[in-house]
Design a binder for this molecule. Sequence first.
Ligand SMILES: C[S@@+](CC[C@H](N)C(=O)[O-])C[C@H]1O[C@@H](n2cnc3c(N)ncnc32)[C@H](O)[C@@H]1O
Length: 302
Amino acid sequence: MKPPPRPKLEIHKGDNLAVLRGFPAASFDLIYIDPPFNTGRSQRRRALSTVRDEAGDRTGFRGERYRTVELRVRAFRDSFDDYLAFLAPRLEEARRLLTPTGSLFVHLDAREVHYVKVLLDGLFGRECFQNEIVWAYDYGARTKRRWAPKHDTILWYSNDPERYTFHYDAIDRIPYLAPKLVGPEKAARGKTPTDVWWNTIVSPTGAEKTGYPTQKPLAILERIVRVHSSPGDRLLDFFAGSGSFGHAALKAGRECVLVDQSAQAMAVMARRLADGKPRFIGWSPRKTTKLMSGVRKRPIRS
Ligand SMILES: C[S@@+](CC[C@H](N)C(=O)[O-])C[C@H]1O[C@@H](n2cnc3c(N)ncnc32)[C@H](O)[C@@H]1O
């Protein structure tokens, strides 16, 4: 007897490390993640030294008395060390889960991207690094003390340096900055974007907004799904949040697995992705009517 068809959309609630370890190797063709910066486990690490002091609390060489002094507290660095320690085993799992021609996209901001790039170079090999995509936006307040930071960075690594999915013809076209310089035919067709993608943030008042903090624009994720996956592929986002990547996958008709540990994220996804008839694991949509109020349900159209 044939096994029943796999659901198009599966949503797991739980710590992603445990969930990822339950998947067999090479089971995803495209993985996108947008991890949080702060793991919530920042620690204060103290550097200590000792000085001679008759009233000190420690006895040292030749019975001399010593007192302990604190040289510095490195709270920021410690929280940073924690972040990489948090991310590293999850990135190792991502590599294990990629099919031979699969790709990983890691969405970060300027604070941590360089450290994660070094980590990923070590994990995949520098030859598997394909692109640093800069998502540039132009919204919100601007500091007067330095250049206003208005971009995120998305690192693309392929499992194999030569064989990977890149559907050039599926890239959307954008207008030329100076259309008169290229002639009417080219101007009408538009050009392909470079590795700098201009796209507005999710509008705080627009229809796309789910109310989930850190929600990423659908247009960015649709571009990744269209260009880096094919029909029949299986996709994964294990920091799913409001389910933006799952939404893009459903619109393109791809099978997708989403993971998040937050009940709020589950409630938002249950409402947002209802058209995909998701199968929930570790969570039930029935218990959460309260959490779901205020999240708009929308049909998913490709
Ligand atoms: C930056 S948000 C993702 C936003 C998402 N890209 C969107 O467009 O809505 C990061 C998500 O990671 C989740 N998260 C953080 N640590 C996690 C863990 N260990 N396991 C599963 N989810 C985690 C948080 O609950 C949060 O929803």
